[in-house]
Ligand binder design. Sequence first.
Ligand SMILES: [Fe+2]
Length: 305
Amino acid sequence: MKSNISSYLNKFFIDNYILTSPFYNNKSLKLLNLTDFHFHKNVPREIYQILIQKIFELKPDFILMPGDIIENSNFLYDSSSMNYLISLFKELSFSSKIIIVLGNHELKYQKSLLDMLVWFKGLSNIPNVYFLENETLTIDNISFHGFSPSYDTYIKPKNLKIRDKYIKQFITSNFKIIDDSYNILLTHSPILLFDSYVKKELTSLQKMDLIVSGHLHDGYLPKCLDKYFSDKQIGIYCTPYMSPFKNIYSRGIHEYGRGYILVGQGFRKYTHDNFFFNFLERYTANDIETITLEHQKTLSYKKQV
Ligand SMILES: [Fe+2]
């Protein structure tokens, strides 16, 4: 698809938050949430050039990618797509450390699941790139916990057995949650994190200072309506397992545990690789968020305008 770079310039939106916490004891640090990347070979490459430029301007210390990095497993059979993605990660890793966890789109394809895991594990060979598979990475007294629950937990999140499975997967993960460390959880979907049963059973969630997620694609709300529904749960997210107006936030920062949860709006929204979705996506926002962490005796957050 031939496209003019200027037609993509106005599609980029960056929400900037400042977050203070008594549990954060380092110097000021900037995180960038790049969720729902949904790479496929027909995404116009110009948007990645603009993204790299924006990230080089923003200079985040960490780029957090909490899942759905790729759209489907086709890229595993397309060396040019794989090489392009690797070169993109290499370029971004000159600016920032990158932490990656898997989402439902990586876990969806049973036949290629093993190849998928091997490919993502291979990304950790790039300096400054870290792939977390249900484990903890501690850098500068910040503990990053990467949680990728199995694909079925995305399909029927309200089923009691599935909720128990999700809880078990979290408990048996290799997390090292330290009380006096600043704990950041990266996980793709916020849906089960808002479930009262899961919250009651998974007491360690209360020790999280920041949870970074995505998955809800801004409730598929057109950008022009965002300002009316900012930080609300409202959205038009209709799937077999989730109807609109459920008590799940579709965007923004909300109090959670001893800190906050960020529901990222998503870099891409209409992600399927077909003519109709590719057309819609041309007119849909590319959203990213930054969070600047600062030490203060009180917990607070504000959105910079
Ligand atoms: Fe997604």
